[in-house]
Design a protein around this ligand. Structure first.
Ligand code: BTN
Length: 255
């Protein structure tokens, strides 16, 4: 047994040898009425998707590429909060299963030693101004080796295997992510975003750091100050003002 102790998450499971994207597969199941917690896992993705229209490199056999169906009750504004919740869940699972001290880069990248080892993509399907369902995609470079990556990525990424020196049990990792997610999702439904925000802050490698933000308004520099009530990043700019950043990508400067 892999240690799955959930009621719903990961209980309806499809494992595919190869697919275009588990996001597409899970979305198809969600449209057909699949229950919350339905999970699609693939050994390999031919067109893995990342945030901001990027490609997610998903070679066969050594990663964890998976997508879960969410049916959140709350308003549209809850979607960014769920993104942060997902990062907390995966970060905790990674620490437990592999011992790697992963940290969160806003909004939801997981890093070890400043290199990315996991990305999360939350896609919401909106209908009549309401969330119909969400697809939570998680890509963890569990046992990837340097030779699995294209040349240009090699100094930006890492894997649990490279960080810990040991092969990670991918089924145990998937089960741990589902266990953590279900527990935090219940906490969120019961107590709102505040406890999730505290957990996110304690796992963050972003707060207090010098950053630059690239979004629709161009590029701005400042210090990552705190997480706002909606999950936005509060950034202190050069003139001392603290301004919210709702979306986009940030770069962390060394230090
Ligand atoms: C990012 O950091 O840009 C997010 C990457 C998300 C990758 C995962 S892998 C499983 C799921 N299927 C996809 O096509 N993407 C997500």
């Amino acid at each position: 047994e892999s240690g799955l102790s959930t009621e719903r998450f990961g209980r309806h499971l499809t494992v595919l040898a190869k697919t275009d994207s588990t996001q597409t597969e899970a979305e198809k199941r969600a449209r057909e009425g699949a229950p919350e917690g339905t999970l699609v896992v693939a050994e390999e993705q031919m067109s893995g998707r990342g945030r901001q229209g990027r490609v997610w490199h998903s070679p066969p056999g050594r990663g964890v590429w998976m997508s879960a169906v969410l049916r959140p009750e709350g308003p549209l504004t809850a979607v960014p909060q769920l993104t942060l919740l997902a990062a907390v869940a995966v970060c905790r699972a990674i620490r437990t299963v592999s011992g790697v001290e992963a940290g969160i880069k806003w909004p939801n990248d997981l890093l070890a030693d400043g290199r990315k080892l996991c990305g999360i993509l939350l896609e919401a399907v909106i209908e009549d101004g309401r969330v119909r369902h969400c697809i939570m995609g998680i890509g963890i470079d569990a046992n990837l080796e340097e030779s699995d990556y294209p040349e240009e990525l090699r100094d930006k990424v890492t894997s649990l295997r490279r960080e810990s020196g040991a092969e990670v049990d991918r089924s145990a990792l998937i089960a741990a992510v589902m266990n953590e997610f279900e527990a935090l999702y219940a906490l969120y439904a019961e107590s709102g975003f505040d406890p999730i925000r505290s957990l996110w802050e304690s796992l963050s490698v972003t707060l207090g750091r010098e950053i630059s933000v690239r979004d629709a308004r161009g590029e701005r520099r400042g210090i990552a100050h705190s997480l706002g009530t909606q999950g936005e990043l509060m950034m202190q700019t050069e003139n001392g003002a603290v301004v919210p950043v709702y979306s986009g990508d940030i770069e962390l400067y060394p230090g």
